[in-house]
Design a protein around this ligand. Sequence first.
Ligand SMILES: *[C@@H]1O[C@H](CO)[C@@H](O)[C@H](O)[C@H]1NC(C)=O
Ligand SMILES: *[C@@H]1O[C@H](CO)[C@@H](O)[C@H](O)[C@H]1NC(C)=O
Length: 170
Amino acid sequence: MSSNAACFSVIMLISSCNGCYCNVAFSSYISEDSANSQSASMANRDIILFDKTEANYGVGYNTSTGKFIAPSSGVYGFTWTFCVDSRTTDGGALNYGEYGTELLTGNSVIGVLHTDTEMIGDDACSTGFVIKYVSEGTEVYVRNNYAHQGKILSADNHTRTTFSGWKLYQ
Ligand SMILES: *[C@@H]1O[C@H](CO)[C@@H](O)[C@H](O)[C@H]1NC(C)=O
Ligand SMILES: *[C@@H]1O[C@H](CO)[C@@H](O)[C@H](O)[C@H]1NC(C)=O
């Protein structure tokens, strides 16, 4: 190793170990069983629980609570894709599939999404995306924000309802 290369690697080490958790990224989704059970008991303002993860770097997302807790402050991107199915009733009228969801940081709504089949016997998905500064320890989560019809659609052989986020910079 030349002395220049050694110097470069020391600088890299210092800049990437700045006392912060810079590498934060999670990707979660709802299993089919959980989609069915959550749909059956969903009440206005219930937190949507994404019970599975594909990735959870920095362990900010919790599959028991449905909440991401920022391990460090910074600018984050969040996205959620919500799918509804009108073909299976959640106990209400078997008509349309319609869900309103919103993204929150703490008690503040930072994103709103409407998913609506507009047709009986159909399914539909919609996606929200938000970039926001989040302070360390702040909770970020998705909740139902008004009365709904049909059920949450999330199945490995069809489509997944997902919630993901990652840190862009400090
Ligand atoms: C997830 O939340 C539950 C309930 O608050 C808690 O018991 C558990 O320790 C949390 N898991 C992690 C990895 O933080
Ligand atoms: C997907 O799985 C569900 C339940 O297991 C089943 O009812 C449905 O027919 C399957 N769909 C396809 C396209 O295979």
